[in-house]
Design a protein around this ligand. Structure first.
Ligand code: FES
Length: 140
C-alpha cells in the first residue's frame, strides 16, 4: 500500500468512526434546529411547520437557564425537556434521538428518561399543548 492509499483508508476510517461507528455517534451526525423564540406569559409558541422534516427543535432564549429540547412524537403529541443534565448540571447536546451530556457521558431518551448513568434522575419536562398549528410549551 502506498502513502496515498494509506491516507485514503485512514481518512475513510476517521469519517466512519465520527459518523457511523455506533448508534450514538451516528445520531450525533443529525443536525439540530435552533429557534430563538420569545417568551410570553411563561410560554413559547412554536409553529408546527418548525418541525417539518424534523423530529425535534431546540428553543433558545436568554431568559432560559438552559435551552429546551422539543421532540415531536406525532402531530398532536410533543415532549419538551430542559437540556440541563440532572447529574451535575451541564448542558446536554442533542444527538439524534437522544440527548448526551458532554461532561460525564449520561444519555437521555428523547422523552427525558435516563438511558446511561451517572445521571439517575429523568430530565425536567415542560407541559405542551397543541392549538391549531401552534405548539405551546409552558415553561413553569
Ligand atoms: Fe451530565 Fe455529569 S453533568 S453526566
Amino acid at each position: 500500500m502506498n502513502r496515498i492509499d494509506f491516507l485514503k483508508q485512514v481518512g475513510g476510517l476517521s469519517l466512519f468512526t465520527a459518523c457511523g461507528a455506533t448508534t450514538a455517534l451516528l445520531n450525533s451526525c443529525t443536525k439540530s434546529y435552533y429557534i430563538n423564540a420569545s417568551i410570553k406569559n411563561d410560554a413559547v409558541s412554536l409553529n408546527k411547520t418548525d418541525f417539518f422534516e424534523r423530529e425535534f427543535v431546540v428553543i433558545n432564549n436568554p431568559e432560559l437557564e438552559f435551552p429546551v429540547y422539543v421532540y415531536k412524537k406525532n402531530e398532536v403529541d410533543y415532549v419538551a425537556l430542559s437540556m440541563k443534565c440532572t447529574h451535575k448540571g451541564c448542558q446536554l447536546k442533542p444527538a439524534g434521538k437522544i440527548l448526551v451530556c458532554p461532561c460525564h457521558g449520561s444519555e437521555f431518551s428523547n422523552t427525558g428518561k435516563v438511558m446511561t448513568p451517572p445521571a439517575d434522575v429523568d430530565l425536567k419536562q415542560y407541559a405542551t399543548s397543541v392549538i391549531n398549528d401552534q405548539v405551546l410549551v409552558i415553561l413553569k
